[in-house]
Design a protein around this ligand. Sequence first.
Ligand code: 13P
Ligand code: SF4
Length: 324
Amino acid sequence: MTVDNKTGKSSNGAEIELLQEEIRRLKKEKGAVILAHFYQKGEIQDVADYIGDSLALAQIAEKISEPVIVLCGVHFMGETAKILCPEKKVLIPDENAGCSLADSCDAKEFETFVKAHPDHTVISYVNTSAAVKALTDVVVTSSNARDIVETFDKDAKIIFGPDRNLGGYINSITGRNMLLWDGACHVHEQFSLEKIVELKKTYPDAKLLVHPECKRVIVMLADKVGSTAALLNYAKSSESKQFIVATESGILHQMRKACPEKEFIAAPPIDSTRGCNDCNYMKLNTLEKLRDCLRDGKPEIEVDKTIAERARKPIERMLELSKK
Ligand code: 13P
Ligand code: SF4
């Protein structure tokens, strides 16, 4: 099965459409709602009820009335939905869809770090396990990190975990000096400065769109730094016709759908033998697995009740602070 780079559509279109039809039928039959992150395969995004960034997915999950949520994304996103909606069944197509950034912050080690700084407020990126969120005062996503950090005094003592790149970026734009956990995402750390500079020679008018999980050198070159939703909105409203995109390749699907007249070029990774910027965890979810999980009602996301109760407060605090 080959995938068209421009449309994100598989060449095996008939098979895809059959699966999508089956998924739509099962979704109705089971009273389920499908939420998909922008990094999901295009064919999954096309069958979802809602597509969004991490913040939007949490905000939507909180408001859903159907009894079943299928979270097409990674495990921490499913956990967030389950913590916000404990009475609902939350399914994920592949239970091995983890996150290297969440994995870079072990809850026990984080607890030791937090206990060593008892006078600090703990701010955690949403890309964390429920156990880490349970040690946290307020959760943030890349959409609201700046605004939430700025609700604290400039000299407030803050721990920020686990992404050193996002934390460093927020420190630089807010003039804060938050203590950073040393974690990172393996997809966003791989973009090559040299190759982006080369690409800019071929596309001198292209705007560079960068997710703040990227390294500082890449962020410093950006025309726009933001969450997946912010990068998509920028691409829609910009008058530019070409964009180099330094984040996971799934976002190109919505960018190309929204702006068919514009050109989106995936920023190259350091090791080009890897081909593109796929998150191997996000891409574990497939249409077949989505169909099977709707049909079988599993794999289901479960969160320990005590941890879920403690993790719920900092997530709700984030949602409250994000209301406009
Ligand atoms: P967004 O919050 O921008 O959707 O990012 C989530 C993520 O996993 C980035 O790698
Ligand atoms: Fe986690 Fe990185 Fe994948 Fe996002 S792209 S889900 S941060 S591993």
